[in-house]
Design a protein around this ligand. Sequence first.
Ligand code: ZN
Length: 352
Amino acid sequence: MLFQELGRRLPLPPTRWLTILLILAVPAVSRADDIFDFHPVGEGVVAAIAKTHRPANGNAAIILLDDGVMVIDSGATPSSARALIAHIKKLTAKPVTYVVNTHFHWDHFWGNQAFLDEWPGVEIVASESARLDMQQLGLGSLQLRRWREEIPRLIETWKASLEKETDSVRREQMRQRIEQWRAALPELKTMRLALPTLTFTRRLIIRQTSRTVEILWLGRGHTAGDVVVYLPKERVIATGDLLAGDTPYVAEVAPTEWVRTLEELEKLDFDYVIPGHGEVMRGKELFALWKEYLRDLMAETAKAYAQGASSDGAKKRVVPWLVGKYASRFAEDFPAAVEGNVERVYGIISGD
Ligand SMILES: [Zn+2]
């Protein structure tokens, strides 16, 4: 998940609004249950589902091992990570021994440092390719520096949009986003980023008495270095953003490659999916929709390019078509997400 996606969340039920308003009224300390909903997904496996888009948090998962704990994705900030740590301590006295980063996007690895502070021996695991991207794009301070500078400016822009907005639900969402980002700014200014310490290219298998954990790179997709974490005995998989509860976000990989990777992923035997965003899913139903959408996105954008359309021209042609066909089958943020996707796919095709 990146910048453009920050506003992407389904409207919340009234009870949830009340919770959020109460949380915002007491901003001092973030508690685990403010940030994540925790759902057991089998024996010793817990999905941490991000509750709000307080700096666009990604989901995480907790897996108990023989003598330690594995965490999949570390949240978007150290305070998100500390919320995970607080919950882990309620579950077990075992230390976290592995933190897996599913890919290089900030909402999945910017919490790493908090785990190192708590358990200095923890191994941070990622694909070699994801580590390279974190180093060049994520860590290289570039992204973080950009955020430190851009967030105050963005908050001003959001405030201006809020003035013009008339829909009360949208207004509340916007107000909430502004407050959450404002509250996150001090943390963005002081946080340190930590890179993976253990990398691999295709698969890393951790065999323990209690369970086997397979960390797999099955091909390029949402990014070049996405990995999934697969528990064959428990029939559970954590997919990061390769398959999630929101709209596919094309970053730098052609959708055709992503479709191939989803096909590989589908071959694995699992019942439950813990996605990088959205709720825990049962079965493989969503795969068909994502593949269909990604194929159409690629084909229609390529057609527009071949017919000589500019990037804007392609957007004008392809976005309404995709929105017409898919908006009702994805989350309500779909139209906004599609525009960025067409633009980036056009960039990949044209080599710009
Ligand atoms: Zn994400």
